[in-house]
Write a protein that binds this ligand. Structure first.
Ligand SMILES: [Zn+2]
Ligand SMILES: [Zn+2]
Length: 118
């Protein structure tokens, strides 16, 4: 019953959306500089370790200034914002050039993408 499976390096690259997973394969934590969150874990397809940083308050996304609100106004609950862990599509970024990797892949990995909804 090992939950930790080893990275399947021989799995060919396939741009494949795996759908919405209910198994928590990823976890998130604050990024080192505090400007976003880092979502990391094991790819559900190739089982390689993947890590993606999601920036917060990026101009143009409409979420500008969330940290001003969080820091400046204690007592005022910040507006709930969907966590990247459940709000974003995740892509395998295991960093291993899987066989048949296209010349200009969006992410170096096995091509899997998925959402997570507990
Ligand atoms: Zn993968
Ligand atoms: Zn991989």
């Amino acid at each position: 019953m090992s939950r930790q499976r080893s990275h399947d390096y021989s799995k060919p690259y396939l741009d494949e959306y795996l759908g919405t997973l209910t198994t928590p394969v990823l976890t998130q934590r604050a990024s080192p500089d505090g400007g976003g969150v880092v979502v990391s874990g094991a790819c559900p397809r190739c089982h390689g370790r993947t890590e993606t940083e999601h920036r917060r308050g990026v101009p143009g996304t409409g979420s500008k200034g969330i940290f001003d609100r969080l820091v400046g106004q204690r007592g005022t609950p910040p507006e709930p914002e969907p966590e990247p862990l459940v709000g974003e599509v995740h892509f395998c970024e295991c960093g291993h050039p899987h066989p048949q990797l296209p010349p200009d892949p969006g992410f170096v990995g096995c091509g899997a993408s998925w959402r997570f909804q507990p």
